[in-house]
Design a protein around this ligand. Structure first.
Ligand code: SDX
Length: 351
């Protein structure tokens, strides 16, 4: 329902505050996000020092962690929390677009006060002094749906990293940086990039049947990217909406993407195969999401950054939930030792 009716900003407000904002609250939230959308100018030199081939997720995780250095802790706890949350929600767009522009040697585009959250990001990504970016409402809407669908998802790998990190009472920038690092993994948020790379490889080699056989082979580390889930043993409801979004967006933008046809065919073929049926493996949120991002013009290397921007309000909401828990303890999972029994030290000349 949120993906159909809400803006991403409203959804963010809902997750951070527990209810949708009224008009005045939304206006005040917009003004706050606008006022904190710039990045400290001294951070530019950080960005410019990364090798041009650096992965945007590595840059984002490092730069979010660096925010504490540029925005020191405020004495008043409530203000510290509110300002840190606001800065993260607003600056993550600017930081993501900056890494893209600088990696291409292009002029950094600043956020604009007259553009709403999603449109502002697209403008920072694609505007150039010689080719002004024309806001495409269909692309903005697709990005809105994409970010809402990614906004939160219970105790997944990266959210657990944020909570565990946060349980040490480290600042929120550092805890979110840990979440970004976990999301980067190809088994988690990095899957959206891996899906497109897999579909492109199948398109080039025309070897769908071989890919399916490799995915089923226990000896082969290859997995069908975008398929399966730690929790969903049925069709990921987000994938259903994303698949519909592919068709409607590509039609509206008058784009045909051969990878969408391959994705659809791969889904049909896999779901007819006993291995995938018996293991309850279905498309997950990442299977079709890359097609939507490609249609918007987002480069593949930035796909997981897009996931991170969407998931940020969820990470913050889950961290706040812990913070509000008076019994929030330092995270300390236990282990059952299964190694060798007590052994004596052996001096090196006797080893
Ligand atoms: C996300 O947790 C969340 O909520 C995450 C997320 C979120 O919103 O935060 O939803 C986002 O991370 C989605 C997942 C994105 N990852 C991928 O698409 C990567 C491809 N998927 C697989 O790597 C795998 O499905 C995992 C890692 C997602 C889950 O793997 P598990 O934990 O092994 O899943 P499982 O226990 O259900 O697997 C059952 C069997 C196993 O074989 P057996 O050892 O029992 O013989 O199915 C096999 C798995 O090896 N299997 C696959 C497979 N996924 C599982 N075989 C081939 N291809 C796959 N994709």
């Amino acid at each position: 329902e949120l993906a159909e009716k809400a803006t991403f900003k409203e959804t963010v407000y809902l997750m951070i505050n527990g209810r949708l904002p009224n008009r005045d609250e939304l206006t005040r939230f917009s003004i706050l996000l606008n006022d904190h959308s710039l990045v400290h100018e001294d951070m530019r030199s950080f960005y410019e020092s990364f090798p041009r081939i650096s992965h945007p997720m590595g840059i984002l995780s490092s730069m979010v962690n660096a925010l504490r250095s540029f925005y020191p802790e405020l004495q008043n706890l409530e203000e510290e929390i509110n300002m840190t949350v606001t800065r993260l929600l607003s600056k993550i767009r600017t930081m993501a677009a900056m890494s893209y522009k600088i990696s291409r040697g292009h002029k950094v585009v600043y956020p604009r006060p007259d553009l709403a959250y999603c449109a502002n990001f697209l403008n920072m990504m694609f505007h150039s002094p010689v080719r002004p970016y024309e806001i495409d409402e269909d692309a903005v809407n697709a990005l809105r749906v994409f970010w809402i669908l990614h906004a939160d998802h219970e105790q997944n790998c990266s959210t657990s990293a944020v909570r565990l990190d946060g349980s040490a009472r480290v600042n929120l920038y550092a805890a979110i940086s840990a979440g970004i690092a976990a999301l980067w993994g190809p088994l988690h948020g990095g899957a959206n990039q891996a899906v497109i790379e897999m579909l492109s490889d199948i398109a080039e080699k025309k070897n769908m049947a071989h890919a399916i056989e490799r995915a089923k082979d226990k000896e082969d580390p290859f997995r069908l990217m975008g398929f399966g889930h730690r929790v969903y043993k049925t069709y990921d409801p987000r994938a259903k909406i994303m698949k519909k979004m592919c068709d409607s967006l590509l039609n509206k933008l008058n784009i045909s993407d051969p990878l969408l046809d391959i994705a659809k065919e791969l889904e049909v073929v896999a779901r007819k195969d006993d291995y995938f049926v018996e293991h309850n493996l279905y498309p997950n949120v990442d299977f079709y999401s890359g097609i939507v991002l490609r249609a918007i013009g987002i480069p593949t290397s930035m796909f997981t950054v897009m996931f991170a921007i969407g998931r940020l309000p969820g990470w913050i909401a889950q961290w706040k939930e812990s913070l509000d828990d008076p019994n929030w303890k330092l995270g300390r999972p236990r282990q059952i030792y299964t190694g060798p029994p007590q052994t004596q030290f052996v001096p090196i000349d006797k080893r």
